[in-house]
Design a binder for this molecule. Structure first.
Ligand SMILES: [Zn+2]
Length: 120
């Protein structure tokens, strides 16, 4: 085993092992996510709050956007069409890259990626 894993952030033990998405420390029992850690460390102060749309406009809570490309939606035969208007978006901490929470007519509440919307 030559795999190098980061030391435990709690007790600095080098014996941590991967368990699914998480790293687990056998010394102190601490569990942490390696991806989450690096993401935070690399993010400069304030950068996280600026969520931009497909063309670089900064998005804010309550904005109205349109979908820039047609997307498949689980349980919907026609999917979400490009050009669909989404009113009153809410910015949320990203989950798998989805950083917008919205309610879309005919679809209900949905999570969207800021990279597939354009501010109107
Ligand atoms: Zn530890």
């Amino acid at each position: 085993m030559s795999e190098t894993l980061p030391a435990c952030p709690e007790c600095a033990s080098p014996h941590g092992y991967a368990m699914g998405e998480l790293l687990v420390c056998p010394e102190c029992g601490h569990e942490w996510s390696p991806t989450e850690q690096t993401g935070e460390a690399e993010e400069p102060d304030g950068a996280r709050s600026a969520v931009k749309d497909a063309v670089g406009n900064i998005l804010a809570d309550g904005d109205t956007v349109s979908i820039t490309r047609t997307m498949k939606v689980k349980g919907s035969p026609q999917g979400l069409k490009a050009g669909t208007k989404v009113r009153n978006i809410r910015l949320v901490p990203p989950v798998d890259g989805h950083d917008i929470d919205a309610r879309i007519d005919g679809f209900g509440p949905m999570k969207l990626k800021s990279s597939v919307v354009k501010k109107i």
